[in-house]
Write a protein that binds this ligand. Structure first.
Ligand code: DC
Length: 433
């Protein structure tokens, strides 16, 4: 069973834009149920029947077979073997869909199809009655609204961008008409489920809306997810041996100074976030922290033997840079839940001159998603490293998830949290290093 997120609301509230982006970020399947009603509307129109007449529509249902396919994560609707995904996006078919959707037999006809898809996957499903009828036990329910004028404006822009010749007033009239139809029909009218969160998107950006819902989904996942575990003691002991050997080796080659060790965590499942200076930064941190850490390492490193074997042995896993790598974020979360720390370098790339760069959003995202603290680490040394160079590794006080102040997973929130983490790290780095 996957996690179900139901997004309902009137036409043009931004459901599909929001749902698509959410599905992309979270690796969920997006199910656009409006497309199912549109396909039926399209079929009825193509047969020359009246879309508002149950007598004419119901007998046609027996001839209809609808399938949803996913091509590169994008939903395609297959009506009797034909891909009609693009043909169902006209104002005429919008109205036809609204008409047929008021017929109880049409809604029954589509009920099981929608439930079947939801049963198998983590899904974001948008429509009008998802939270109330189709998936009443969905873990997350959202009711998206916006003023009719704003919704008409958005739909108008969308149709214009697609090259369709439309007049704003007509789009607004359509929206008002469809609102009336959708909320006054007898079967499954458009209404907010009692337990749905209502979001008025009139003056919100797409990123703000997506971030708010993402946060709700993540909280629901956290409730469902397995509790944190501890790494078995024997594994920690086993790891202590190579760690000791490496520490002796590094202490011979460099003049290592560790400061702020009283701030070190006395348990696992935390994030250690440092500035990135050298390829062996993870080692500098690992040899001083008692608990075993997992690492994100750039995917290219896994192309080379024996480096790949070594990195995996020390719990490294690949991440693709410059993209929201959903699988790397999932691996990071799994590691933290199993009791490992996560050592991460939020800037992503090494700083050659010691200047502190900007954090990528991953670190704040994982901290907020897992609800774990971030321990800042500052690594400092002067100019080029050579034998017996002095390297200072300074551990700072942990930053709690509450201090990161992430209200939604919007880019703005994640960026602000990333900046807070980097400024804590910067405070631990020698200014002349
Ligand atoms: O979301 P949309 O504009 O593509 O939907 C087209 C029509 O289908 C809409 O006017 C109402 C109807 N519909 C519905 O009644 N129930 C759903 N779950 C989805 C759409």
């Amino acid at each position: 069973m996957g996690l179900n997120c139901a997004i309902d609301g009137p036409s043009g509230a931004g459901k599909s834009t929001i749902a698509k982006e959410l599905a992309r970020r979270l690796g969920f399947v997006y199910v656009d149920t409006g497309a199912l009603y549109r396909s039926i509307g399209y079929y009825v129109v193509s047969k020359g029947a009246k879309t508002s007449s149950a007598e004419e529509v119901v007998p046609l249902l027996g001839d209809i077979s609808i399938e949803l396919k996913y091509v590169d994560g994008v939903q395609r609707v297959i009506l009797n073997g034909e891909d009609v995904s693009d043909k169902i996006r006209t104002p005429e078919i919008s109205m036809a869909a609204s008409n047929v959707s008021a017929i109880p037999e049409v809604r029954d006809f589509l009920l099981n199809l929608q439930r079947d898809i939801a049963g198998k996957n983590d899904i974001i499903m948008d429509g009008r009655d998802i939270g109330t009828v189709i998936l009443p036990s969905a873990e997350v329910k959202v009711f998206l609204t916006a003023s009719a004028e704003e919704r008409a404006r958005r739909r108008f822009e969308e149709l214009k961008d697609k090259g369709q010749n439309v007049v704003y007033e007509d789009v607004l009239n359509d929206i008002n008409q469809r609102d009336y139809n959708d909320s006054h029909r007898e079967t499954a009218p458009l209404k907010k489920a009692d337990d749905a969160v209502e979001l008025d998107t009139t003056s919100m950006t797409v990123d703000e809306v997506v971030g708010s819902i993402e946060k709700l989904i993540i909280e629901a996942q956290r409730e469902e997810s397995v509790p944190f575990k501890k790494i078995p003691a024997f594994r920690r002991w086993l790891f202590a041996i190579p760690r000791f050997i490496v520490r002796v080796g590094f202490s011979i080659v460099f003049n290592l100074k560790y400061e702020g060790t009283e701030n070190l965590p006395d348990h696992g499942s935390v994030i250690l976030a440092g500035n990135h200076r050298t390829w062996f930064d993870p080692v500098l941190i690992a040899i001083r922290v008692k608990y075993i850490s997992a690492y994100m390492a750039k995917a290219e490193l896994f192309d080379h033997f024996p480096l790949n074997v070594i990195i995996r042995a020390v719990h490294g896993f690949p991440t693709r840079r410059n993209s929201a790598d959903v699988s790397a974020l999932t691996r990071a979360e799994e590691a933290i839940r199993k009791g490992y720390n996560l050592t991460i370098f939020p800037e992503g790339t090494r700083s050659k001159d010691g200047k502190i760069g900007r954090a990528k959003s991953g670190v704040a995202f994982i901290a907020s998603k897992c609800g774990v603290p971030v321990y800042p680490v500052g690594i400092s040394f002067k100019s080029k490293l050579h034998f017996r160079s002095k390297i200072t590794v300074r551990f700072g006080k942990p930053i709690s998830p509450e201090e990161l102040h992430i209200n939604s997973m919007s880019k703005t929130d994640l960026r602000a949290a990333g900046e807070l983490i980097m400024s804590n790290i910067a405070g631990l780095v020698d200014s002349d290093a």
